[in-house]
Design a protein around this ligand. Structure first.
Ligand code: C5P
Length: 237
């Protein structure tokens, strides 16, 4: 597989074209950003850790019937992925209240939610990724139909129940996460982007220690150490 020109550079990844028009190469960057890139940092080796963690989690999900864009791992920090058209909706799943949910609605920090809450946000940095309801999504043609929205919710719930159980067995509480979906050239909805400590909140089940990007957001330190701990736990069984 030949790596060709840069197609797109995001906050956490670079996307390259390949000599196959249906395949792209994703390179995970060491850069860290938070608060819509108002806070910036870098951590050598973070990209490789996220690449390994995300690859492992996508394999777990594939094994349980979730279709993803992942094709292969090419190096420590690069993956070969199917080319998709990204649906510009960030799908957020929450099992406990924290972050913007507690800020917006005043729900008690850390409160276990009675059911997995699904939220949609508009993937738009200039507008600070505002929250959307179903009608906003349809009004703005972010998806083709109501049934696509229902499919995103169904997939998000399914992914949550697989990952929650998987992390629980490793003494990690999956607090919340963000996922993105894309549409491939055959019209299938695939899980795309990444699932890593950059896009999840992961708390140690016993100590409630944060093992995710909140360590960077809140200046707790040892960001890389926490990501290494997540990788160690998910590959250890
Ligand atoms: O900030 P908020 O509480 O809405 O984040 C919910 C979850 O979604 C967190 O796990 C966070 O890391 C993730 N997220 C993300 N990218 C964004 C917004 C949120 O990965 N742009």
């Amino acid at each position: 597989m030949k790596k060709l020109g840069l197609l797109y550079e995001g906050k956490g990844k670079k996307l390259y074209k390949t000599d196959d028009e249906n395949l792209l190469i994703t390179e995970f960057k060491d850069d860290l950003t938070a608060f819509n890139a108002e806070k910036k940092g870098t951590e050598a080796g973070k990209g490789a850790l996220n690449c390994k963690i995300s690859t492992h989690l996508f394999h777990i999900l594939e094994a349980q019937g979730i279709k993803t864009h992942l094709v292969d791992t090419l190096s420590e920090n690069t993956q070969l992925v199917k080319k998709v058209s990204i649906i510009p909706i960030e799908v957020i799943v929450r099992n406990r209240a924290t972050g913007s949910l507690t800020q917006r609605l005043g729900i008690e920090e850390g409160k276990k939610l009675p059911f997995a809450l699904i939220e949609f946000c508009y993937k738009n940095d200039a507008l600070h990724d505002p929250i959307l309801n179903d009608e906003h999504c349809l009004l703005m043609n972010l998806v083709k139909s109501e049934s696509d929205l229902e499919e995103l919710k169904r997939l998000a719930r399914e992914i949550n129940s697989i990952l929650k159980k998987f992390f629980e067995a490793r003494h990690i509480d999956l607090i919340d996460f963000k996922i993105e979906f894309g549409i491939d050239h055959d019209g299938n909805i695939l899980l795309a982007d990444e699932i890593s400590p950059d896009s999840c909140r992961l708390w140690d089940m016993n100590t409630h220690e944060k093992l995710d990007k909140d360590r960077f957001r809140q200046d707790i330190g040892s960001v890389k150490g926490a990501y290494e701990e997540v990788l160690r736990r998910i590959v250890s069984q």
